[in-house]
Unconditional design. Structure first.
Length: 279
């Protein structure tokens, strides 16, 4: 059933030669490669493509890592109960270039030329401060550029932002609880497009949008199924299974999803010939 999914192993427990560790997060860009944040013996470390391990000297508990450019990464600590900085911009030597606070209850992070997108789960949305916006676009120095709830009119509410993924240009796609519409928005124009999604996809916690197709993973009562849906149509197709913690990869990348398990980090590329042929 997985003949439509091409898997590539990026990192393995055996090859790392570490005795014990816990992978917290990872990111991949075709242009920059792999970055992994992991914890070994109570110490957080970064791993890069060339097998360089770098110890971190910032206070974090539940971090997310993303590439910004070929010389810069961002680390976001998902929980913050003290209003201290929990977003850190670092160079590849591990030196903090800038930092700011983005609020509590971070669900996911994505980065584009327009800035840093940060989404929030329910404890943030129904908490206090900027996290109540559900989805926020920050500049690299922490300036707020866009707030979902405050800057959009006639939009579906975000009670918990289950998944986000970068789209074309400055756009972002999101899949929020509780109504579960698929939404594309542009921060500059405040333009928003909303699509009603087949009920079977409710609860999906990873999405990827390419051309006319939307891919969904982790629906309610899922056992690792990956579904393909032609946006706006009734047709819904299961195209395979993926194991681990899954996240959709930004538009423009060759692969569609990255997965993290206890043993491996993998890329998953979906092979559908007419992906970008609009009907």
């Amino acid at each position: 059933m997985n003949e439509l999914i091409l898997d590539t192993v990026l990192f393995s427990k055996v090859a790392s030669k570490l005795e014990t560790y816990e992978i917290f997060d990872a990111d991949w860009k075709d242009e920059y490669g792999l970055v992994v944040i992991l914890k070994e013996k109570k110490k957080f470390m970064l791993f890069f493509n060339d097998e360089i391990f770098l110890s971190l000297n910032i206070k974090i508990d539940f971090p997310i890592v993303r590439w910004v450019d070929n010389n810069t990464i961002i680390i976001v600590d998902t929980r913050d109960d003290s209003n201290k900085d929990n977003v850190f911009i670092l160079n590849l030597d591990g030196i903090v270039i800038d930092s700011f606070n983005c609020g509590d209850g971070v669900e996911d992070v994505d980065v584009g030329e327009e800035g840093i997108w940060i989404s929030y789960f329910d404890e943030g949305v129904f908490g206090n401060g900027i996290s109540t916006e559900g989805l926020v676009l920050f500049s690299l120095n922490g300036k707020i550029i866009f707030r979902y709830h405050s800057d959009l009119l006639n939009r579906p509410p975000i009670d918990d932002c289950y998944a986000i993924t970068k789209g074309r240009g400055s756009s972002i796609w999101l899949f929020p609880y509780s109504e579960f519409p698929l939404i594309q928005l542009y921060p500059e124009s405040r333009e928003i497009k909303t699509y009603k999604v087949p009920p079977k996809l409710r609860g999906s916690n990873a999405i990827c949008i390419r051309g006319k197709y939307a891919y969904f993973y982790g629906r309610y009562d899922s056992s690792g199924e990956l579904f393909c849906w032609e946006i706006g149509k009734k047709k819904l197709e299961k195209i395979g299974n993926i194991n681990g913690i899954i996240r959709g990869i930004s538009n423009g990348e060759r692969n569609h999803f990255i997965s993290i398990s206890d043993e491996n980090i993998k890329l998953h590329r979906i092979i559908i010939d007419d992906e970008f042929n609009f009907s």
